[in-house]
Ligand binder design. Structure first.
Ligand code: ATP
Ligand code: MG
Length: 585
C-alpha cells in the first residue's frame, strides 16, 4: 500500500482504451442498454455459440482468425470464425444424432486441444449444458463432478479415459455417450464414438437452438481452495456480462491476439479463454504446453500477443527466474496485461511495470460471479496491491453481518466482507444440488462473497483474505495477504503462505511458510533476517512469530496456494477433501 501509484498516460501507446472515462461509463451504464450489443435470436433467445461465432460469419467476418492453436511440439493450427462455426455445428449435429436433448449435460475431460473448443461451443449451440473438467484430475474428482452434474456425454481421449474414467465407469449412472478425440484404443469402451469420424459424418450446418436467457448453459466447479468444490450454475444470458467485462476490464477489441493462460477446465478459461474474446471478435491464442518461462516469452513475441491474461502463480514464477523479457523478446505489441485468481502482491505489479514497461492489472472475481467484477482498468491509474474498482453495472460494498442483518461499512479502509448487489447476467443461479449453501450467501439484497476486503477513499478495493482465513491475534484482525505481500518484498522470497496458529494467550499467532528464490538456502540467519524485515514492514502485531521454509507450497490444481492445507499439516489435523489436488499424473 505504501508503493507508488502507477500513473497512466491519457492514451496508452496510441490505443485509446475501450473504457476511456470510467466515471462517465459507470454513470451511463445499464444492462438493458448493453443488451443491444447482443445479436440475439428470435423471441428474445440467447445462444452463446451464436454470439461467439455465427454472428461474425453472418456479418462477413468468417475469414478472420478465431483460434491459433500451438501444440506442445510447436505445431501451429489456425481456425477461422467460419471454421469454428462449422465445427461447432457438426458437434451439435452429432449430439442431435445421439438423441442428446436440450439441457442435457456434456462434460469434457481434455487437454487444451482444438476439439475442446469445438465441443464447448458446439454443446452450447445445441442447447445443452457444458461442464469442462481439468484434464489433470484423477478418477475421484472426475467421479464427484460427473455425478453432481449428471453428465450424459463425456468428450475425452482414449488415454484419459483409460486412466481416469475406466476405474469409475460403473459408478457413472447418468453417462450415456463417450466421444473420444484421437480415436479409441483397446482399453476404450466398445460403444465409444470417434470424435473426428462422428463430426465428418454430419453436416456443417446447424441452426443454433433458441435457448432462453435463463436456461442453464455452463456448470463450473470452484477451485476447491477452501473445501469441497461446488458446482456453480450459469445461464445463457451470462454472455452479455462476458462481452461487457471483456471489453471494459480486458480492453478486448476485434483483431486482438488474446492469450488467456487459464485452462478451460476453470471458469477463467471458459469465460475469458473462449467466450468473451470470440464474442468480441478477437483471436484466441491457445498453448497446449504447460508453463515454461522461456516458451511464454517466445510466444508473446512471435504471436504478437496484444492482450495477456494470466495468474499470480505464473507471474511469481516469471519473477523467480529473473529473465529480462524485454531483452529476450520483442514485446512491443503487448498492450494490456491482467491477472486474476489469487492476490497479486504489490511487489509483482511494480516488478511488471519496471520489467515490461506496463503493469499487470489485477482483477477480482470468482466462479460464482461468472465474470470480472472489480478491475484495474487500462485508463485508470493503478494502485499496486489493489484489485481496482467495480465494473460499470456492478455495485459492490464492504459489509458486516450483524445478527442476520447486513450493514454496509462506509468508512475508508475499514475491513469487512466484500458483497455485491445481484443483477448482472453472469451471477450464478445456484450451487447444483446445494440449495442451502446458495441461500447462506445472500442476505438483505446482497450476495456475500466470502472474501474480506477494504475500500479506500478513492473507491479502490483492497483484498484482505478469505473470511475463513483471516487471523485473529491479540485483538487484531490480520489478513494473510498483507503479511504475505510484505514478505514478498524480501529479495530471497519466491512464494509465501501465511496462516493463524492457535495460541493460548493471543488466540492465534501468525506463521509464515516461505519458498525461496533460486540461489538462496534456508538458514537461521535468513529466518532472522526475514522476521526482522517483516517487523519493520508490518510492526510487531502483524509480523509473523514463526517462519518455516518449504521447497514448494501446496496448491490447488489451478495453482492457488492452499492455506487450509498448510494449517491442517501444521496442526496435524485431517486434511479434508483433497480432491482438487488428486491426480494420477
Ligand atoms: P473454493 O470456493 O472451492 O474454495 P476458490 O474460491 O479458490 O475455491 P474460485 O472461484 O476459482 O474458487 O476463486 C475465487 C476466489 O479466488 C475469490 O473468492 C478470491 O478469494 C480469490 N481471488 C480471485 N481473484 C483474486 C484477486 N485478484 N485477488 C485476491 N483474491 C482473488
Ligand atoms: Mg470460492
Amino acid at each position: 500500500m505504501t508503493l507508488p501509484l502507477i500513473r497512466k498516460p491519457p492514451a496508452a501507446r496510441g490505443a485509446e482504451p475501450q473504457l476511456r472515462d470510467y466515471a462517465a461509463a459507470r454513470a451511463a451504464f445499464s444492462w438493458a442498454d448493453a443488451r443491444r450489443e447482443l445479436a440475439g435470436l428470435p423471441g428474445g433467445g440467447v445462444n452463446i455459440a451464436y454470439e461467439a461465432l455465427d454472428r461474425h460469419v453472418i456479418a462477413g467476418r468468417g475469414i478472420a482468425r478465431a483460434l491459433r492453436w500451438i501444440g506442445k511440439d510447436d505445431t501451429v493450427r489456425d481456425f477461422s470464425y467460419a471454421d469454428l462455426a462449422a465445427a461447432t455445428s457438426r458437434f451439435a449435429n452429432v449430439l442431435a444424432s445421439l438423441g442428446v436433448k436440450r439441457g442435457e449435460r456434456v462434460f469434457s475431460l481434455l487437454g487444451r486441444q482444438p476439439a475442446l473448443y469445438a465441443a464447448a461451443l458446439g454443446t452450447l449451440k445445441a442447447g445443452c449444458v457444458f461442464s469442462p473438467l481439468f484434464s489433470a484430475f484423477g478418477p475421484e474428482p472426475v467421479l464427484a463432478r460427473l455425478t453432481i452434474g449428471a453428465g450424459s456425454v463425456l468428450v475425452t481421449t482414449a488415454v484419459l479415459y483409460a486412466r481416469k474414467v475406466a476405474p469409475i465407469r460403473d459408478q457413472l449412472k447418468s453417462l450415456k455417450h463417450v466421444i473420444l478425440v484421437g480415436g479409441a484404443d483397446d482399453r476404450s469402451p466398445t460403444d465409444a464414438r470417434d470424435f473426428d469420424r462422428a463430426l465428418a459424418a454430419v453436416p456443417p450446418e446447424f441452426a443454433p437452438v433458441v435457448t432462453a436467457p435463463e436456461d442453464m448453459a455452463l456448470l463450473h466447479f470452484t477451485s476447491g481452495t477452501t473445501g469441497k468444490p461446488k458446482g456453480a450454475i450459469h445461464v445463457r444470458d451470462a454472455v452479455l456480462a462476458h462481452r461487457v467485462t471483456g471489453r471494459y476490464a480486458l480492453d478486448l477489441r476485434p483483431g486482438d491476439v488474446f492469450w488467456c493462460t487459464a485452462d478451460p477446465g476453470w471458469v477463467t478459461g471458459m469465460s475469458y479463454g473462449i467466450i468473451a474474446p470470440l464474442v468480441l471478435g478477437a483471436t484466441l491464442l491457445v498453448d497446449e504446453a504447460e508453463f515454461d518461462a522461456e516458451r511464454w516469452y517466445r510466444l508473446l513475441a512471435r504471436e504478437r500477443v496484444t492482450v495477456w491474461y494470466t495468474a499470480p502463480t505464473a507471474i511469481r514464477m516469471l519473477m523467480k527466474i529473473g529473465v529480462d523479457p524485454v531483452a529476450h523478446a520483442d514485446l512491443t505489441r503487448l498492450r494490456f496485461m491482467a491477472s486474476v485468481g489469487e492476490p497479486l502482491n504489490a511487489e509483482a505489479v511494480v516488478w511488471s511495470a519496471q520489467t515490461f514497461g506496463r503493469p499487470f492489472h489485477d482483477n477480482w472475481w470468482q466462479t460464482e460471479t461468472g465474470g470480472i467484477m472489480i478491475a484495474n482498468f487500462a485508463a485508470l491509474d493503478v494502485k499496486p496491491g489493489s484489485v481496482g474498482v467495480p465494473l460499470p453495472g456492478i455495485e459492490a460494498g464492504i459489509v458486516a453481518r450483524r445478527n442476520g442483518r447486513i450493514e454496509p461499512i462506509a468508512a475508508p479502509m475499514a475491513m469487512g466482507e466484500l458483497a455485491l448487489r445481484p443483477g448482472w447476467p453472469s451471477m450464478f443461479r445456484g450451487y447444483l444440488g446445494e440449495t442451502e449453501r446458495y441461500e447462506r450467501c445472500s442476505a438483505d439484497g446482497w450476495y456475500l462473497t466470502g472474501d474480506l476486503a477494504m475500500r479506500d477513499g478513492d473507491g479502490y478495493y483492497w483484498f484482505v483474505g478469505r473470511a475463513d482465513e483471516v487471523i485473529k491475534s491479540a485483538g487484531h484482525l490480520i489478513g494473510p495477504f498483507e503479511v504475505e505481500s510484505a514478505l514478498m518484498e524480501h529479495r530471497a522470497v519466491a512464494e509465501v503462505g501465511v496462516i493463524g496458529k492457535p495460541d493460548p494467550t493471543a488466540g492465534e499467532t501468525v506463521k509464515a511458510f516461505v519458498a525461496l528464490k533460486a540461489g538462496f538456502t534456508p538458514s537461521d540467519a535468513l529466518r532472522k533476517d526475514l522476521l526482522g524485515h517483516a517487523r519493520v514492514k508490518l510492526g510487531l502485531a502483524l509480523a509473523p512469530r514463526e517462519i518455516d521454509f518449504r521447497e514448494n507450497l501446496p496448491k490447488t490444481r489451478s495453482g492457488k496456494i492452499m492455506r487450509r492445507l498448510l494449517k491442517a499439516r501444521e496442526l496435524g489435523l485431517p486434511e479434508g477433501d483433497l480432491s482438487t489436488l488428486e491426480s494420477d499424473e
